[in-house]
Design a protein around this ligand. Structure first.
Ligand code: NAD
Length: 433
């Protein structure tokens, strides 16, 4: 595998690179229909959700282009009459980017664009479950070769885990994987032989904590939306809810009402909000988690069954009487489920929220912002939102605590550490130190 850096691209100044890459935003919008239709056919993502994914990806590309060049400027950190200390952020080399299937445009571009803007050569492997979308997206990115992106600075390798393993064993300078904890662990083992720089964006079991003073209808609406987005196949989606005693009955009722409103059906239908599970193993896993929870005493208030529609459809579920002996509260389900557990004290909620191997995102719902922030500080997760769940910002860190990953793919701190060689140039001016 050719894992050499493309020097022509590496030599172009960061602001010029950004100008070239920023054209991708327009190309994505121009090809939105085709990309969304490919996703609908391949992974069952509703056509409107697909178009929205393309639009937020286009915006994200522009956001990367506007802040990343500034992160790559040389920095003089100390200078006096006798010496000067400068830090440079040079391209790291070839970066292998390995992507999942669930948001094959947004998540793939989040993996590809920051290291590309840093001057690296990208070897991208789309998911084997979203290879058609991968082909369409790759063709759109390659159109940048007509406006300044040197050939071979963006390359694609199609295939499954074996191709991923080959990339992890290659001479790349860095490996950036977004996927499951299992794949992350395997990549880490394989990469050890080459001491690759690693960024691992892995799974989550993201909690939402609803306090007594929350705006209940707002919380229920947004939590239901987050838990069922892309049929719940989102790494940062709500996977479990802890609701305080006084708000509990009202919140549960509002959640059931909210998920009953969701229009489920053919992903090509413009009015559909939720399609099928994208892959059979996800369908089986979600039904298994629901079955096990039920067998251990959970009560299903709505949904939770396979639907009689062509494809892997599951009715979004609200479950109560759940506890931490159940997989649905401990393992990543990646499906349209809202398991709700009651708590009385905030200490108890924090303990339950942190009782997981994961730590990607979390949310706190309260009208008391000070209290919300105090709770957020105690949660072990890379992003904690107050009164919203599941957003990221291009220039702020994204990544997990604990087994949700290593490193950060966005932000000055994240991209410098992951995708550049940090060099200290120390000049002695007028005396030998
Ligand atoms: P997956 O781990 O099965 O596959 C992800 C990618 O890794 C695929 O391209 C696959 O071919 C490759 N791969 C698998 N085994 C490998 C190995 N041993 N070596 C190298 N590459 C290997 O995950 P998936 O089912 O495609 O995606 C779902 C998972 O991704 C969920 O756990 C989800 O939470 C996570 N995810 C995380 C984020 C984040 O930002 N943290 C974003 C999206 C998805």
């Amino acid at each position: 595998m050719d894992m050499k850096i493309n020097e022509r691209w590496a030599q172009i100044l960061p602001k010029k690179r950004a100008k070239i890459i920023n054209r991708l935003a327009g190309l994505l919008r121009k090809n939105s229909k085709k990309i969304a239709e490919t996703m609908a056919g391949e992974i069952g993502k509703p056509i409107n959700a697909g178009r929205h994914e393309v639009e937020i990806s286009a915006r994200r590309v522009s956001d990367f282009c506007s802040y990343i060049p500034d992160c790559l400027e040389d920095e003089v950190v100390f200078e006096d009459e006798s010496e000067k200390n400068m830090i440079r952020y040079e391209p790291a080399g070839a970066v292998a980017v390995i992507s999942p299937w669930n948001a094959p445009v947004f998540v793939s571009l989040a993996g590809i664009i920051p290291p590309l803007l840093c001057g690296n050569t990208i070897i991208w492997k789309p998911s084997e479950h979203a290879a058609k979308t991968g082909k369409v997206l790759a063709a759109v990115i390659k159109k940048l070769e007509n406006s300044g992106l040197p050939k071979r600075s963006f390359q694609v390798r199609y295939g499954g885990p074996k191709t991923g393993r080959d990339l992890a064993a290659s001479d790349a300078a860095a490996v950036s994987l977004t996927g499951s904890v299992r794949a992350g662990q395997e990549v880490m083992k394989t990469s050890a032989a080459k001491l690759h720089r690693l960024v691992l964006e892995l799974g989550g079991k993201d909690p939402a904590i609803v306090l007594n003073d929350a705006d209940i209808s707002q919380a229920a609406r947004q939590i239901a939306k987050s838990a069922t987005m892309y049929s719940g196949q989102v790494c940062f989606g709500v996977e479990r809810v802890y609701c305080q005693t006084k708000a509990y009955d009202k919140f549960v009722k509002a959640c059931v009402e909210e998920i009953k409103k969701i229009k489920i059906g053919d992903p090509f239908d413009e009015s559909v909000e939720m399609g099928p599970m994208s892959v059979k193993f996800q369908y089986n896993k979600v039904l298994d988690h629901i079955r096990e929870a039920k067998a251990k005493g959970a009560k299903i208030l709505s949904g939770g069954q396979a639907m009689d529609l062509p494809g892997y459809f599951i009715n979004p579920a609200v479950l109560v009487d759940v506890n931490h002996s159940m997989k649905i509260m401990k393992e990543e389900t990646f499906g349209p489920i809202i398991p709700i557990m009651k708590f009385s004290s905030i200490e108890q909620a924090v303990k339950l929220a942190n009782d997981t191997d994961y730590g990607l995102t979390a949310s706190i719902w309260t009208k008391n912002i000070k209290r919300g922030e105090a709770v957020a500080k105690q949660i072990q997760a890379g992003t904690v939102e107050i009164n919203r769940h599941g957003m990221s910002k291009a220039a702020l860190p994204w990544g997990g605590y604990k087994m949700s990953g290593l490193g950060r793919i966005y932000s000055k701190e994240g991209i410098r550490g992951a995708f550049t060689n940090i060099k200290h140039i120390w000049t002695v001016k007028n005396k030998i130190l």
